[in-house]
Design a protein around this ligand. Sequence first.
Ligand code: FAD
Ligand code: EPU
Length: 337
Amino acid sequence: MPEIKSNFSLKNFNTFSIDVKCKFFTSFTCSIDLNQILSKHSNDSLLILGGGSNLLFTKDFEGIVLKNEVLGKEIIEEDDSIILIKVGAGENWHEFVMWCIDNNYGGLENLSLIPGNVGASPMQNIGAYGVEIQDVFAHLTAYNIETGELEVFDNKACEFGYRESVFKRKLKGKYIIMHVVYRLSKNHVIKTKYGAINAELQKMKVKDPSIRDISNAVINIRRSKLPDPNEIGNAGSFFKNPVVRKDIVDSIKNKYPDIPVYELDNQAFKIPAGWLIETAGWKGKTFDNYGVHKNQALVLVNYSDAKGNNIYDLSSKIIADIQSKFEIVLEREVNVI
Ligand code: FAD
Ligand code: EPU
């Protein structure tokens, strides 16, 4: 039975570095650990924790935090062109991506340097630089908290969307992701359609990029834009980029003809929330020890010892302001606890 700690500080377990405590804290490496822990804590509320890089704690957690430490990588199928790799949910995401590149398995290179663990990658269908995990996801196994059984979810069953999955919606709080299987390629499809990648490759003087070049380009871009959580507390984009109708885009364009807009289809347009927040005047605003990042308006930051509620209240003010200025309601991407 894994050790269970009481009244445990979570400050080093969330990238916002919010200083809250949980009533109980433990870790697990397999479903047998989970059976034992949950039989003793069946009445406590649960929080499954990976790297804590997509969480905002606004108060102490009056339940048990279960840190996922399911490790291991295993090749489960392979031919000349594809390889299926089963990865433990507690493996670090970026280290896994680097391992794939070292072994010349392609598909995840655009997702380099995203913080957190493998187990959370399907939770919000992580995405960056023109790729989402649903593009290379085969299936996952998850522990059903009610029955203690392991169940398999394929791509369809995960109901992936933009920063969405079934585990954030109708199955929220019901499953613990234990392993994820990725279908990677040996014949690489290089994806440079996200503009900044081509510009960065040119800067790097790379003409015929390998998957490692793509990874390096993505790492360079990310380092130039996003604050490193080891230096400034943050959880990446705090809000999703809103998807809106054409009439909303047209009415904003009357006042701001240069607004950046990405057409998804005739009816749906994605607007960068970072642009809306910057245009509304919030970029770089600092309140005591927290604020809106100076290089990326979509990232809220904790400079030292801010409370989660300070950051949550700031996010509410931004939502209200963007609604009044643009008639768009921003949705938080970060999981608020
Ligand atoms: P956590 O924060 O620990 O957990 C997130 C949620 O998933 C919680 O609700 C938790 O309970 C649940 N959960 C975690 N593991 C499991 C599990 N095994 N089973 C069931 N539930 C689980 N995200 C992107 O998509 N694209 C980006 O480009 C990106 N860039 C980022 C940059 C920075 C600097 C930071 C700080 C964050 C960024 N993120 C990005 C957000 C974050 O890295 C991802 O969402 C990541 O997948 C979270 O992983 P984690 O292990 O830290 O999850
Ligand atoms: N922009 C501004 N001002 C800003 C920030 C952005 O005007 O302060 C505008 C610019 O026009 C820029 C555009 O927004 O060209 C897009 O910005 P960026 O390329 O930085 O991407 P993003 O839309 O802000 C999204 C994801 C990131 C992901 C990047 C790269 C969401 C919510 N965020 O950010 O994911 O890394 O694209 O693909 O979709 C995360 O989810 O935590 C995350 C960091």
